[in-house]
Every structure is written in C-alpha cells, then in structure tokens.
Design a protein around this ligand. Structure first.
Ligand code: NAD
Ligand code: LMR
Length: 330
C-alpha cells in the first residue's frame, strides 16, 4: 500500500479552495494510484462550511481520497502536521479598483504564523505553493518565518499568468494551445509582471517570427496578461477562482512531473542573486524546469533591452513590497 500524500489547503471553503479540492482528491494531480489525505483549513467561522465540503467529498467516492481532516486556522500546527504539500490560499481577495499590493498589510500578517507552523509540524519534504495575494511577498514572509525549511521548497503562483499568456498567444497566432511553449513570467504576480513573448515558441518557432505584429506583443499582449485579474473581477464581480485553482494544481504538477525539453514552467521562487541580474532575497517569477523531483532555473533565456526594462520595473516593485513588510521578516 502506497503511503498517502498529505495536502493542506488553507481557505478551503473559499472560491479557489472549493475549485481545487475535488481535483486533488480525484487523482488528477498525484495520479490514480496515489492515496491522498486532505487537510482543510479555515477560519473558525467557516468551519461549518467545511463540514458541507467534507460531505461532498465523501459523496464523490473518490478511490484516491483516504482521509479528510478539518482544521481551524487557530491551530495551524495541527493543521499542517505531516503535510507534504501546503497550498496557501486563505486570505482576502482584492475588489475592483484595488491593486493586489493594496492587500499587503491585510494578508501579509497571516503568513508569519503560517510559516512558523509549517516549520514546526509539516513533513520534512514539505513543499508550499502560495496563492493568496500579493503572493510573491506573502511567500517571502512565510519562508522567512520558516528558516529551517529549505528555500527551494517555496513557490508563489505565477502559473495563472503563464496560462493566460499561452492562451493569448495561441489566439493571436490562430494555433492550438498545445502549439505554444516556453512562456516565462518574470517578476511579480501584479500589473508589472513581464509575460515573456521574446523566448516563447509557437510550433517550435520563435513566437516573434510567427506573430509579426510586434507592436501587439510589446503592447496589448503584455497589458492584457498584466490586467487579466482585474478584467475578471470587473466582469465576474469576484476574482478568478476556477482558473486560479487550475493554475495552483498546474504548479504542483509542474514540479512533480518532468518538464518536457524545450519548454519551461513558471513559478516565483527565492532568488540568490546569481541569475539574470535579479537581486537576491525576493520571490521572483522565473522560467523553471523540473526533473520530477528537483527543479532549477532555466539558463539561456535571451533578455534584450526591452525585456530588461520591463523586468527591472517588476523587480523594483518586489523590492518595494519587501520594504513595506520588513517588520514581518525576521
Ligand atoms: P475567497 O474569499 O473566496 O476565499 C478565501 C477563503 O480564505 C475564505 O473562505 C476565508 O474564510 C479563508 N481565510 C481567510 N483568512 C484565512 C486564514 N488566515 N486562514 C485560513 N483561511 C482563511 O477568496 P478566493 O477567491 O479563494 O481567493 C483567495 C486568495 O487567492 C486571494 O488573496 C486572491 O487574491 C488570491 N488569488 C491569487 C491568484 C494568483 O494567481 N496568485 C489568483 C486568484 C486569486
Ligand atoms: C488573478 O490574477 O486573477 C488574481 O491574482 C486575482 C486578482 O486579484 O487579480
């Protein structure tokens, strides 16, 4: 009998949590032969909703789901005990007219106790995906409060931006999604991010050869991806949820499955100052590749003057966010 994987999801009764749990339970992420125990974590006042979700999980009769634990955010050490994966979703989403960084002093403090609890009780091989916004800086806060958990176990989610960029390129080129590859997201999950069209491929050829409208690539393409979250909020009256849950699961899959040659997966990771002239000590979106166990930052992405200027802006914003939360970084 294969030992179960323990997966914690904070904010489990929220929009993203609800969209993610059933796919985690179904075998979609870890495979049909891997048992899963879900740890559902919520604010005390939302525990009743977790009871309903638990009933629905039972009612799916997923063969891969071998346990469900429900935990209050008042006792995070119990919530994360033995967890191999922790998806940090629980936090407040922005409303129309706000930037994600406007949430920093509301959501940031959640991630200090979260980091401490992960260090105290999660499994030794724990890996963490931060979804709650502003996710890069919340990830920095959590990892800084868990100094004994290796830095390469922490990811902030820029996969939704990658998926959005892939879709926009495919639509513009009139090609299927599967034709688009090697799309990196640099920097912050914010309106300054750089969706990198310059290294992207369509049918294995440079996207800049296939899409000859370079003004679109440098203009509307970038701004559409940067502003997509706000556009969804405006249209839906609530922030993206199903696509965000999908991206969180894609992030996990991107780490536990080998990355096909010639492409990359996007996530924001802790920088050590050695790559692409990006300063050390921030959680920055980069092109990654995994062998299914370990990941690395992919070398060799071309950065011209235009790309560098956009990357600089988003890195500057991350440095500024770090400064704003310095009291939360031990
Ligand atoms: P939601 O309001 O529907 O759900 C959030 C849930 O978190 C609620 O059920 C709430 O009770 C719970 N919660 C709040 N504080 C908590 C805490 N301290 N511990 C445990 N649970 C807590 O929101 P949502 O739509 O699910 O979005 C969640 C977060 O994800 C927001 O910050 C949103 O901005 C962010 N988000 C990020 C991305 C991304 O690409 N990185 C994409 C979409 C949304
Ligand atoms: C998104 O990109 O959809 C999320 O980060 C939600 C938001 O606030 O835009």
């Amino acid at each position: 009998m294969t030992a179960p994987i323990h997966v914690a999801v904070t904010g489990a009764a929220g929009q993203i949590g609800y969209a993610a749990l059933f796919r985690l339970a179904s075998g979609d992420v870890f495979g049909p032969n891997q048992p899963v125990v879900l740890h559902l974590v919520e604010l005390p006042q939302a525990l009743g909703a977790l009871d309903g979700i638990h009933m629905e999980l039972d009612d799916c009769a997923f063969p891969t789901l071998v346990g469900v634990e429900k935990h209050s955010s008042d006792n995070l050490e119990a919530a994360f005990a033995g967890c191999n994966w922790v998806l940090l979703v629980g936090s407040v989403p922005r409303k129309a007219g706000m930037e994600r960084a406007d949430l920093i002093r509301i959501n940031g403090p959640i991630f200090t106790s979260t980091g401490k609890a992960i260090q105290a009780s999660a499994a030794k091989d724990v890996r963490v995906v931060v979804v709650g916004n502003p996710c890069n800086t919340n990830c920095l806060i959590a990892m800084s409060n868990a100094p004994e958990v290796p830095k390469d176990r922490w990811f902030a989610m820029t996969r939704l931006d990658q998926n959005r960029a892939v879709a926009q390129l495919a639509i513009k080129a009139g090609r299927p999604i599967a034709a688009v590859s090697n799309v990196a997201i640099w920097g912050n999950h914010s309106a300054t991010q750089f969706p990198d069209f310059a290294n992207a491929k369509i049918d294995g050829k440079p996207a800049t050869d296939v899409i000859t409208d370079h003004a679109w690539l440098k203009g509307d393409f970038i701004s559409t991806v940067q502003q997509r979250g706000a556009a969804v909020i405006k249209a839906r009256g609530a922030s993206s949820a199903a696509s965000a849950a999908n991206a969180a699961l894609d992030t996990v899959k991107g780490i536990i499955r080998p990355t096909p040659a010639g492409t990359c997966v996007s996530a924001a990771v802790f920088t050590d100052g050695s790559q692409y002239d990006i300063p050390a000590g921030i959680v920055c979106g980069l092109p990654l590749s995994s062998d299914g166990t370990n990941w690395k930052t992919l070398p060799g992405f071309q950065i011209d003057e235009f790309s560098r200027s956009v990357i600089q802006k988003t890195v500057d914003e991350l440095l500024q966010e770090r400064d704003t939360v310095k009291d939360l970084l031990p």
